[in-house]
Design a protein around this ligand. Structure first.
Ligand SMILES: Cc1cc2nc3c(=O)[nH]c(=O)nc-3n(C[C@H](O)[C@H](O)[C@H](O)COP(=O)(O)OP(=O)(O)OC[C@H]3O[C@@H](n4cnc5c(N)ncnc54)[C@H](O)[C@@H]3O)c2cc1C
Length: 451
């Protein structure tokens, strides 16, 4: 199979590395790519939407799964679908929506593969109610470094299953997945939005809306300070039933409007996003609001950023870091306040920030969320950012929290171990399944997960 040398990074465009990429056209090709590559290292890659280096393997092999993307079976009675892991969530929606089904968990973009969603055990705006993606996976098949294919699920080879959901591709290549979907009556969401004046109010409203709504999320103005620190908007949503729809939508409840797609054609110069321009943007969003209308289609509610391709180029060639941390409820308010104050003192800028509430953990050994609040911030990469992030990492550990591996670019092995106590079990299982240590990514090496 032909190898292509490519300069790869995650979505943050941060510190790319040269990798050999293969794109298998069949399961057999995938298997021989892995076996022929031994004893050199490989890692699976989906659509490269993790922000950091989890799907990058500098100097080694990267397996592009996006051609392994077939629909295997939809069971409309049981509300399940089985697909190959390289299928994007966007394509999956196209298949299931006409069957009155929707994704059980939706991230902020449709350009994520099912394999990537499982490997990062992704979450959406409904974690407080429905948990993460892995909680809706009935079964998956995994290609091990030995070439053996193993089927696993919560009650079958469960150890392997819980190591794989959230396992960042480090147990094997996910081949196909059976997902339990959510029955819906339309492709629309009934939305309510509330402006908040400070962090306490934002957290209070997130708590309230988490009790009453399936979806709850906030945008915050990360550059506000003093009494207004943490001000923003809270958005709550429910799937719309037919009585919520206008007469024209009732006629075609699953129809999605097509919208023009824009694209950012080149990397912006690094100076464009600074404290001043980020402040101006945040002020404008705060004044205008984040959603218009009471009933919006799923694309507008879940995936507004997908309308602009390559939007990550606005951060310039140095790229950006998306930092997402979870804090247990009891330490959240003070921890988030301190984090934002550290951001202000550092002189760094955050273009975008949001807070969500999180519910029960999925059981994945390296899964991110458990009950608490999670805050995510997009930060253009500038001198001094590493030191801010190191301070935040210590702070997260002190508060009993952790950072999200699908967004991580800079976490040290020591901090990782203090955030994810089950790292040792994963290392032991990896030793068993992969004694030659062939599965490896830049992230797994940085986090000391390669033994
Ligand atoms: C705009 C945007 C919004 C986002 N919003 C959210 C959000 O709301 N919630 C959330 O949780 N995440 C969110 N993310 C992150 C994203 O959902 C995850 O990083 C996801 O893992 C990306 O999937 P991918 O297919 O692009 O995988 P990649 O980025 O290519 O890979 C991610 C990890 O999955 C592994 N992997 C991929 N495919 C396979 C496979 N077939 N077998 C084994 N391992 C595999 C890789 O080895 C790697 O470790 C967002 C990302 C972006 C860019």
């Amino acid at each position: 199979m032909k190898k292509q040398r490519r300069h790869l990074s995650g979505w943050g465009n941060f510190r790319p590395g040269w990798c050999d990429v293969v794109t298998p056209q069949s399961r057999d090709e995938l298997r021989s790519a892995i076996l022929q590559n031994t004893p050199s290292t490989w890692i699976s890659r989906g659509l490269g939407r993790s922000y950091g280096d989890s799907a990058v393997n500098s100097g080694g092999l990267v397996i592009d799964h996006t051609t392994q993307s077939a629909l295997i079976h939809i069971d409309s009675e049981r509300h399940t679908v089985r697909v190959q892991a390289g299928m994007s969530l966007g394509t999956l929606i196209d298949h299931i929506l006409p069957n009155s089904l929707f994704l059980p968990v939706s991230p902020g973009t449709k350009f994520v593969t099912v394999g990537g969603a499982v490997a990062a055990d992704i979450h959406g705006k409904n974690h407080h109610r429905d948990g993460s993606f892995g909680s809706h996976v009935e079964e998956l098949s995994l290609l091990l470094p030995s070439g053996e294919i193993v089927t696993c699920g919560p009650s079958r080879n469960s150890k392997l299953y819980y190591a794989t959901i959230g396992g960042m591709g480090l147990t094997g290549a996910i081949l196909d997945v059976t997902i339990r979907c959510l029955p819906v009556e339309s492709a629309h969401i009934r939305v309510e939005s509330y402006r908040t004046g400070c962090l306490e109010e934002t957290l209070e409203l997130l708590n309230q809306t988490a009790d009453t709504h399936r979806y709850s999320v906030s945008w915050i103005d990360a550059l506000s300070s003093g009494k207004e620190l943490g001000r923003g908007w809270v958005l709550a949503g429910e799937h719309a039933g037919s009585r919520d729809l206008s007469t024209s939508l009732q006629a075609e409840p699953f129809h999605l409007p097509t919208r023009p797609i824009k694209s950012v054609p080149f990397h912006f110069p690094g100076w464009v996003l600074n404290r001043w321009s980020c402040g101006l943007f945040n002020e404008r969003v705060y004044r205008r609001g984040i959603v218009s209308g009471n009933v919006v289609d799923i694309d507008s509610f879940f995936y507004p950023l997908d309308r602009v391709h390559h939007w990550n180029r606005i951060y310039g060639r140095a790229g950006f870091i998306q930092y997402q941390a979870l804090f247990p409820f009891e330490s959240s308010a003070i921890a988030i306040k301190n984090m934002l104050e550290l951001l202000h003192d550092s002189g760094q800028a955050a273009f975008f920030a949001g807070i969500k509430s999180a519910g029960p953990a999925s059981g994945g050994w390296l899964s991110f969320l458990s009950p608490g609040f999670t805050i995510g911030l997009d930060l253009p990469y500038r001198k001094g950012l590493d030191s801010l992030i190191e301070k935040w990492d210590h702070f997260v550990i002190e508060a009993g929290g952790r950072v999200y591996l699908a967004k991580d670019s800079l976490l040290s092995a020591d901090s990782f171990r203090r955030m994810y106590p089950r790292w040792q079990e994963l290392m032991e299982l990896r030793q068993e399944l992969d004694p030659n240590g062939v599965i490896s990514s830049n992230q797994s090496r940085r986090l000391g997960l390669d033994g």
